[in-house]
Design a protein around this ligand. Structure first.
Ligand code: G3P
Ligand code: CA
Length: 246
């Protein structure tokens, strides 16, 4: 962890206020003064990188089925406003659209690559190519629960910044895995931070700590006090206000 104040990254955009992973949610994060955004990337049948959390479109749209089974043109026809019905129409964004929206700002983009049970061959190469083409290399940090993907990103581009996402792990195992995949940061679920000895070990090993998903004010306070490098939240406005108290 460095000496700077905790950064606030908007989880799936300002998803407490607008449909998650949409251009409106990312625009809101900018307006709320977030330091960064977090988003999830999956790939369509025709190889387009699209921003959506689940492997299927059921939970967030008026459609059904796997992202991998639709072309981008087909996906565009569905309405992705389902998590906030006060928004009348939301298209699924491409990663390129989000990069173009965020490029004129100074926000960091945490691109989570969703290589899960659906494995998208070549997704790492495609994401890196897009980031390079749009001149966003300095602005992006890649993360994934799939540590194969994190290691591959680093192998393809040793300059790319990476964060190892995980849900739960004892310090020695996490440390070992982080070295193996050569990640620049740890992205743990919030409660890991308070395991005895965890913060000390991260300081010793100079591991950046980006912690998710912190939506309660009392937890935001705890993490700002602990001095983590970034907290990832659905409510960037609230987190920012709390962070500024420290
Ligand atoms: O990147 C942090 C967080 O987004 C990981 O969990 O399920 O919200 O993608 P999830
Ligand atoms: Ca995510």
């Amino acid at each position: 962890m460095d000496q700077e104040k905790t950064k606030v990254w908007a989880h799936r955009g300002a998803s407490g206020y607008a449909p998650e992973n949409t251009l409106d949610a990312f625009q809101k994060a900018v307006e709320m003064g977030a330091d960064g955004i977090e988003l999830d990337v999956q790939m369509t049948k025709d190889g387009e990188l699209v921003v959506i959390h689940d492997e299927t479109i059921d939970r967030v749209s008026n459609g059904k089925g796997w992202v991998k089974d639709y072309t981008y043109e087909e996906l565009k026809k569905f309405n992705f406003n389902k998590t906030h019905l006060e928004y009348t129409k939301e298209e699924i964004p491409t990663l390129e659209q989000v990069y173009r929206l965020i490029k004129p700002t100074n926000l960091t983009i945490n691109v989570e690559i969703k290589t899960g049970i659906v494995f998208y061959p070549g997704i790492e190469e495609r994401v890196l190519e897009l980031t390079e083409r749009l001149g966003m290399k300095e602005r992006v940090i890649y993360s994934s629960f799939n540590h194969y993907t994190i290691r591959k990103i680093k192998e393809l581009d040793p300059q790319a910044k990476t964060g190892m996402l995980y849900e739960d792990g004892i310090i020695d195992a996490v440390d070992y895995a982080c070295d193996v995949v050569k990640a620049d940061a740890l992205h743990p679920a919030g409660y890991n931070v308070f395991y005895p000895g965890f913060l000390e070990r991260c300081r010793e090993r100079k591991r950046l700590l980006h912690v998710w998903t912190i939506n309660e004010e009392k937890h935001m306070r705890m993490l700002c006090e602990a001095g983590v490098d970034a907290l990832i939240t659905n409510y960037p406005d609230i987190a920012k206000k709390i962070r500024d108290e420290y």
